[in-house]
Design a protein. Structure first.
Length: 171
């Protein structure tokens, strides 16, 4: 038996076909009434006709009940979708942690504190190292150069340290 070809229609075409306003069709779409007739951005015209014809045969109280069920189903579907997205995001984060491309705030803070502690210690040691040499220097310019050399050495030590620091060492 040959299958009947579907006629797909936009909201505007469906409104013209049904003899209703485009706003009415838009409301039915927003209310989820035509969800099962949706095919991408268009609607299966025959299925939409069947849904809307069945809906017209309901009395007002039955329509209200159907509308409530549709709203509940839409909110449940939305909740399930949000839950699935949250679970997927959580799984992605867990994979990133296992791959080492994502670290915890605590690890970064511990590493930052260790680096700051090393910077502080190196810079506080500069005056002590430079003082003796400056005392025996013959000019202010020579003393200035001694201090600059000591600061540069301290910064080079820190740079070398930074190249070998690993997040695991911060634990």
């Amino acid at each position: 038996m040959a299958r009947k070809k579907r006629t797909l229609a936009t909201q505007a075409a469906l409104a013209r076909h049904r003899g209703v306003s485009p706003a009415r069709v838009s409301k039915l779409v927003r209310d989820g009434v035509l969800d099962s007739a949706r095919v991408g951005k268009k609607f299966d015209q025959d299925l939409a006709d069947t849904i809307l014809n069945d809906r017209q045969q309901l009395d007002p109280s039955q329509r209200a009940e159907l509308s409530t069920l549709t709203e509940d189903n839409n909110s449940l579907t939305g909740a399930n979708l949000r839950k699935a997205r949250a679970q997927a995001l959580k799984a992605e984060l867990e994979v990133a942690v296992l791959q080492g491309s994502l670290v915890s705030v605590e690890e970064v803070a511990a590493l930052g504190q260790a680096v700051i502690g090393n910077v502080r210690a190196k810079l506080l040691g500069v005056p002590q190292k430079a003082a003796a040499e400056c005392f025996s220097s013959e000019s202010l310019a020579e003393c200035k150069e001694i201090i600059e050399v000591e600061i540069r050495l301290a910064l080079e030590d820190l740079e070398a340290l930074a190249s070998v620091v690993d997040f695991e060492e911060a634990d």
